[in-house]
Design a protein around this ligand. Sequence first.
Ligand code: UD1
Length: 439
Amino acid sequence: MASNSFSSEFGTTSSHNEEGSVVRVQQSTGLSGTVRVSGAKNSVLKIMAASLLAPGQYVLNNVPHIADVKWMANLLETMGASISHQKDVMQIEIPEEMTPIAPYELVERMRASIVVLGPLLARFGKAKVSVPGGDDFGHRPIDMHLKGLEELGVSFTNSHGYIEGEVKKLVGGKVLLNFPSVGATENLLMAAVLAEGITVIENAAREPEIVDLVYFLNSMGAQITGEGTSTIQIEGVGHLSPVEHTVIPDRIEAATYIAALGMAGGQIVIEEARLEHMEMLAEKLHEMGIEIGQVDGGISVCVSKRLRSVDLATLPYPGVATDYKPFIVALLSISDGVGIVTENIFAGRFRYVDELIRMGADIRAEGHHAVVRGVERLSGAPVRAPDIRAGAALVLAGLAAEGETLVGAASHIERGYQNLVGNLSSLGAKIELVNHQSI
Ligand code: UD1
């Protein structure tokens, strides 16, 4: 079972203390070598949920050993699935009979669990899912998920912290999202594939992870067109079958290594990374002075001098993703000049700024904006990872900081990276994972 075979560079997750591990980073210069990115977290979680749509045996390749994948596996197992995860191959056995309930204990751990709602309603006509609360990004509503599913005929009731949906037969319709929400687009896709008639999602999210999900659904027998554009059309089918699928590479992990180079300088190759999934980001980073190019089997990155500051605004894909922003704020904190960063997706996503300030950064953040004045040097300090990407950004800041940086609550980083510490170390960074007690 997934829970037994799960392990990572951090050790077996189930047995390690949530707050116990700390990443120790020393100033590092001149990274070199080759690193390989894992399968995309934000893709595999949704594809695992999509397996609920048809009984049988699925094989997923390029599945990373990260905590969020383990939680999604636990969630599917709670409903009746059997899962094994050996190396990067996951096998999922979905039975005929299942319990379409996503309990509080699991949804609370991983907000992305909400994407089981669409496939459960499509397959069983009912679902009971704990309402996800807010998180480190701030307020995270699911109104668009629910409104869209109501357009397809679902009725919802909300009691005791759970949302319960019921529908006799899903019927296709037109759904206009008032924001291109990734999660709402995914839930609607996974419901509409088995609905009667045609569904059109207008103002749909266009992320590569949505395209990967559509590729998976179409290979199961779904009839979806327009993925990667703002209008997705789904013609409902009566039957889907299990398949084998290879998950796309993680563009956010790739961006993490690019940013590591921006902090420490040097030249590396990131295997599997696809420039076509991160064009706007690459353009911004190029403006800052990072040389990025597609090579056979990956991308090459070179940084030979101090970076220049730029202004930046996060936007839905193909704009610069909100998940990249903590890395860019870390880069700006030591770049030449002043950069203004605007967050357009999640209002509260500047929590790590205070930690960077502890390291000597000159940043003023208010509401959706941060003004980052580049300083000559950061200085190492104990800090705390508030979430996955912000935690990684603090590790990156440690590469450029004089002395030692200790990034606490490293379990947050583990939620999204299979081997961040090991990979950075293999590129020459002075970094290790230590137990809280041994510091
Ligand atoms: C996904 C990603 C996350 C990324 C985000 C935006 C996963 C597991 N997570 O999150 O890493 O940062 O996309 O690229 O794939 N909103 C509403 N009502 C809704 C749904 C969303 O108001 O019903 C708002 C959110 O509060 C936010 C914005 O829409 O302001 C975007 O959210 P969304 O695209 O849905 O993000 P997630 O799918 O949760």
